[in-house]
Design a protein around this ligand. Structure first.
Ligand code: C5P
Length: 403
């Protein structure tokens, strides 16, 4: 019997969860900073960032999918099937994978058939939801400080659990619901406590994990123009609405993707994760391009060139860093959904809040407060309770769900 997928002797499940926690902590900081560190009107286009993210993620997924194509499948009689596991024992017909280059026509044809399979349209739903969510995230990051954004974004733990129960028929015991609620509360305490934390002992322009009031303390030490800029661009209510909607789309899209990934139609095994990711990115392209096309045209008389130029204006290093971090996050999220599930993803992202606070302690000498210790302990206890063996039997039955 095959064991769980491993990397460097560690289960891929744990590697992906820990990497996701680190990536999440970093993304919140870099995205917020990339939005507020410019003068008003000089911010890069969020729509372009979302499109670039999809293009990059799609290209990486295509390359991994091509690499994973089973050469035995290529050789077998039509129609070629793409599956994660090769079930044939006939090694005589199998050429060594190295004999076929990555972009060998037979690989490309097999990939095309797998990607444009009859059921590929299913991916359009999470694809559209993720594009909306990714755009909303930029609205939220531009209008809320890092901490408020992180606290309110934790509502997705509950929306995800709700959709998992509704669509995947996961059965959660009362204890599990209680631990999810505890998790959300614990995260809230970790964040809110920093509103009353004293200013850091040394100044930085990067306000890691600092909420609004904390920002004010920090603001008194940073150049005056930054203060004015911040106050001018932020609209907290708009940010709050964006984050609330993003929680809904996050829960729904994640659970929908999990359903597609883990359900098989008929006797065929479910397609490979990287085929699903390629399909997801393909379907994302249309909704991701629309906001760029309908955006105001570039400089007069410059036509398409002007449009492209304005889409990429103000795309500085911070913006590129944000896109790269988001792409990495998309890829890891997919792995987490594949090898764990969406609810576990919630725990990983909650740990990211503890990580980003500890980073502020290390980098900016933030004091560790009682509230931080309390909040973090609640988060850790909730994680333990949710995963304790007594409750683990109540896992999912993900069959025949009509979505
Ligand atoms: O906040 P949440 O965890 O729902 O965000 C998931 C992120 O991961 C989204 O930005 C989405 O675009 C990305 N994702 C992805 N590919 C997947 C699943 C998620 O890029 N297969």
């Amino acid at each position: 019997k095959e064991g769980p997928p491993m990397l460097w002797g560690i289960e891929l499940k744990w590697i992906s969860l820990i990497t996701l926690a680190l990536q999440n902590a970093f993304l919140t900081i870099i995205m917020h900073y990339s939005r507020i560190s410019t003068t008003p009107g000089k911010t890069y286009s969020a729509a372009t960032a979302v499109l670039l993210n999809e293009l990059l993620k799609g290209s990486i997924s295509v390359i991994i999918a091509l690499k994973r194509i089973d050469t035995n499948m290529i050789n077998s009689a039509p129609p070629p099937v793409y599956s994660e596991k090769s079930n044939s024992k006939d090694s005589t017909r199998r050429p060594s994978p190295s004999t076929l280059s990555l972009f060998h026509p037979s690989r490309l044809i097999t990939l095309r058939k797998a990607v444009f399979s009859p059921d590929c349209y299913k991916l359009s739903v999470p694809a559209i939801l993720y594009v909306i969510q990714n755009n909303l995230q930029y609205v939220a990051a531009s209008n809320l400080d890092v901490a408020t954004f992180q606290v309110t974004y934790q509502m997705k733990i509950l929306t995800t659990a709700f959709f998992s129960v509704l669509m995947l028929r996961k059965r959660l015991t009362r204890l599990k619901w209680a631990s999810l609620l505890m998790l959300a509360i614990g995260v809230g305490i970790v964040q809110i406590q920093s509103t009353s934390a004293p200013a850091p002992s040394h100044t930085s322009h990067i306000d890691i994990g600092k909420p609004h009031h904390g920002d004010h303390q920090l603001r008194s030490e940073i150049p005056h123009e930054h203060v004015i800029q911040d106050q001018r661009i932020m609209h907290p209510f708009r940010g709050f609405m964006a984050v609330t909607l993003a929680c809904m789309t996050s829960g729904l899209a994640g659970v929908y993707f999990e359903f597609i990934l883990k359900s098989s139609s008929g006797s065929a095994p479910p397609p490979d994760l990287w085929i699903r990711n390629t399909q997801l990115s393909l379907f994302s392209l249309v909704p991701a391009i629309v906001p760029i096309i309908v955006a105001p045209a570039g400089p007069e008389g410059m036509g398409y060139v002007g449009r492209v130029m304005s889409a990429f204006s103000n795309f500085n290093g911070w913006a590129i860093g944000t896109v790269l971090t988001q792409t990495l996050g998309g890829l890891i999220t997919a792995l987490v959904i594949r090898y764990s599930d969406n609810i576990m993803k919630g725990f990983a992202t909650s740990l990211s809040i503890v990580i980003s606070f500890l980073a502020s302690v290390a980098l900016f000498s933030y004091p560790i407060t009682l509230a931080f210790v309390t909040g973090s302990s609640i988060v850790l206890a909730a994680t333990y309770i949710y995963n304790s063996p007594g409750t683990a039997q109540e896992q999912s039955s993900r069959t025949k769900v009509a979505v």
